[in-house]
Write a protein that binds this ligand. Structure first.
Ligand SMILES: [Zn+2]
Length: 171
């Protein structure tokens, strides 16, 4: 995790929003792969401000024995520490899986400007799938949402992980 925290600036050759989103999502995917190596459900998150990575984290629920240790929660805390402020306005959070209600709540609390996620989560997603927390006009903070970035790779990492788990479980 620490190695990935080194600040990274997008090369000037990168042009166009989708190229930028793909670039940062691939960094979030690298985090998710770290989670899989650590036998954690592979979800990774990156927080970017002014094209610099200020946080990089993966799900550590098992290692930390903490139900709140989702990738987004850890990344939000890291970013707030890096900025010395709890408001993450002007930041974009990239995460490989659609955030759950807890993480969506934290994204709203942190005033994250933009959320970019990969695969939908039909079982727990709180952005489009189960709930639409970011679309509620009663909340005073609005988050711009981009979904489906590299969704196939993000989803495949998860399904491969659970498939391997099931296979091991049967032995
Ligand atoms: Zn979550």
């Amino acid at each position: 995790m620490d190695a990935c925290l080194s600040y990274y600036v997008v090369s000037k050759e990168l042009r166009g929003e989708s190229v930028v989103h793909d670039h940062f999502m691939s960094l979030a995917l690298e985090q998710a792969e770290q989670a899989a190596i650590a036998d954690e459900v592979p979800v990774g998150a990156i927080i970017v401000r002014n094209e610099e990575v200020i946080a990089a984290a993966y799900n550590q629920r098992e290692q930390l024995r903490d139900p709140t240790a989702h990738a987004e929660m850890i990344a939000i805390t890291q970013a707030a520490t890096a900025l010395g402020a709890w408001r993450l306005e002007g930041c974009t959070l990239y995460v490989t899986l659609e955030p759950c209600p807890m993480c969506a709540g934290a994204i709203l609390q942190a005033r994250v400007g933009q959320l970019v996620y990969g695969a939908d989560d039909p079982k727990a997603g709180a952005i489009r799938s189960l709930f639409r927390l970011m679309d509620d006009p009663r909340l005073n903070h609005q988050v711009e949402v981009v979904s489906g970035i590299m969704s196939e790779r993000c989803g495949l990492l998860l399904s491969n992980f659970f498939q391997a788990k099931r296979r091991l479980g049967k032995k």
